[in-house]
Design a protein. Structure first.
Length: 168
């Protein structure tokens, strides 16, 4: 069954705005949240993940690094953070084989980089964040609620950021 989608797109002009967005999102995520991060190499997926971890009150955001070679990192925070990287996985089944369904219902927040590679293994509802490189420091960011669980986050983001990220 196709889930309803609610989207909001905007430009991010620099790393500080990426950090502000991540902290904003992290402060609003709830137990069993799933955030699918999409974008080409260098688009800022790991930087945004680190900022989301800040919003989740991680004690040391420098611990958040790309989990490309270990596939998953776990971090303690206000809610446990389960940080996945699907870049090296052959297919969605390889992602499922990591025991991801247990993480989805583990009471924490799942951050999944390169989620476009494993879409069939994503839960029915999730928050999708697509980053596209426009210029060296500028990104086009599209935040999409897949399903009703995340609709309020996207609607509030649209309201809070309608005057630009500096206003939030």
């Amino acid at each position: 069954m196709d889930q309803p989608k609610t989207s909001f797109s905007f430009a991010i002009a620099n790393l500080e705005q990426t950090e502000r967005l991540g902290r904003w999102l992290g402060s609003r995520l709830f137990p069993n949240s799933v955030v699918a991060l999409l974008g080409q190499l260098g688009a800022g997926k790991t930087h945004l993940s680190r900022a989301i971890a800040q919003g989740l009150e991680i004690s040391n955001e420098r611990l958040v690094t790309s989990p490309t070679f270990v596939l998953i990192q776990e971090y303690p925070a206000r809610l446990p953070i389960f940080h996945f990287d699907a870049y090296r996985l052959a297919n969605p089944q390889a992602f499922r084989d990591l025991g991801v369904d247990e993480y989805y219902s583990g009471g924490g927040v799942c951050l999944i980089e390169w989620a476009d590679r494993i879409v069939p293994a994503l839960p029915e509802q999730y928050l999708e964040i697509r980053l596209e490189i426009v210029q060296q420091d500028v990104r086009l960011c599209q935040v999409t609620a897949i399903g009703e669980l995340y609709r309020k986050i996207v609607e509030n983001l649209r309201l809070d950021w309608s005057d630009g990220p500096e206003a939030s």
